[in-house]
Ligand binder design. Structure first.
Ligand SMILES: *Cc1c(COP(=O)(O)O)cnc(C)c1O
Length: 356
């Protein structure tokens, strides 16, 4: 069934929904996708033919540039539902702006704002049944762009495809993570693409993260590439430290991704009267604080996991366990953020965006 909706997005509905085959109580992150996806192509110098189609495989020529040179960027966001069935996004303009910042750095043409929001909102309304109410439940949204032009010269493509796919999610990490501070490998460098959600940034982490996992750690906290003395961020999360009652996080830069969760936590710290500093954080300072018993918490912040507490870290063969904190900042921020996201508390910064 093909319909043209008032926003000129062509909608092709799937014949039958998969939703009854999905076990919503036992979701593994990112494995199940909803019935539809949004697709828009860049051809002849412009983005055109926005459409929603059934979620399905696509064909590309083996020479499509994305397979050879990794010209690909993505975003990660979530939709939430309150008990009245209203659907909300959280600060979606931030994600829209960031995918274009990432795209520009990878020489990918920027995507128009009206297509992004109309495509996303039309899709979410169609997939409403996949968004379950209740804290912890959400629909993870993955907008992304790939270079589709069949040509293997090492230069930017002339054609691209922008897509949005959606995957129902429960809390991403449920137990505290053990992390390794990077001493040799790097995630990003000055002048590089660390600030972008560029696909290759994540592929490059798999090998060192695999080595860390063999040693019994879940993730790596990346340090600055030139000295490995300053703590920067995790693979898909920004990182916060609590020394005494002070919250500390590194400033963003061209090496560090400017996370929406990170900037929201900083604003909440301000609102809640929590003392915080945004400044370089050295490995030595954190080890000294841990030794002196002043390191109260480390936690990651990102859309997928929201807030992810760290229970131990290792650096230069020294392992530090971080005792669980009563009334932790991690649980305070998680609760405050998820309550705003699910329309359970006041939203004084207008972060919620209702999908109507
Ligand atoms: C996505 C991501 C984050 C978190 O960003 P949010 O906007 O909070 O989801 C942090 N670091 C990296 C490297 C990321 O890819």
């Amino acid at each position: 069934m093909v319909e043209t909706n008032p926003n000129e997005i062509v909608v092709v509905k799937s014949e039958n929904s998969k939703i009854n085959t999905v076990d919503f109580d036992n979701l593994v992150f990112g494995r199940v996708f909803t019935d539809h996806m949004f697709v828009c192509d860049f051809e002849n110098g412009k983005w055109q033919d926005p459409k929603i189609t059934p979620y399905q495989p696509m064909t590309f020529e083996p020479s499509a540039r994305v397979f050879h040179y990794g010209q690909a960027v993505f975003e990660g966001m979530k939709a939430y539902k309150d008990d009245d069935g209203k659907i909300f996004l959280f600060r979606p303009k931030q994600n829209y702006d960031r995918i274009n910042k990432s795209a520009s750095r990878l020489a990918i043409p920027e995507f128009p704002e009206n297509y992004f929001f109309k495509g996303l909102e039309t899709l979410l309304k169609m997939e409403s049944d996949w968004i379950k109410p209740g804290l912890g439940n959400s629909l993870y949204i993955r907008p992304f762009v790939i270079a589709t032009e069949p040509a293997i010269s090492a230069s930017p493509a002339a054609t691209y495809r922008f897509m949005i796919i959606c995957s129902p999610a429960k809390a991403y990490y449920n137990k505290p993570v053990r992390v390794l501070f990077a001493e040799k490998f790097s995630r990003s460098a000055d002048g590089g693409v660390g600030f972008a959600k560029a696909a290759g940034n994540y592929a490059a982490q798999f090998y060192p993260t695999g080595l860390a996992q063999k040693k019994g750690f879940d993730q790596i906290i990346w340090t600055d590439a030139s000295t490995h003395k300053y703590l920067e961020e995790a693979g898909t999360m920004n990182i916060f430290f609590r020394i005494g009652d002070k919250l500390i996080t590194a400033p963003t830069s061209d090496r560090i991704l400017d996370g929406v969760t990170r900037k929201s936590v900083l604003q909440l710290a301000e609102d809640l009267g929590i003392d915080y500093e945004v400044r370089p954080v050295s490995v030595k300072e954190i080890k000294d604080a841990a030794e002196a018993g002043n390191l109260k918490e480390i936690f990651g912040a990102g859309t997928a996991a929201v807030i992810s507490p760290v229970s131990a870290f290792e650096h230069a063969d020294d392992v530090f366990e971080i005792p669980q904190q009563e009334n932790s900042y991690a649980s305070l921020f998680k609760k405050t953020l998820t309550h705003i996201q699910h329309n359970l508390s006041e939203d004084k910064h207008s972060w919620r965006h209702e999908v109507k």
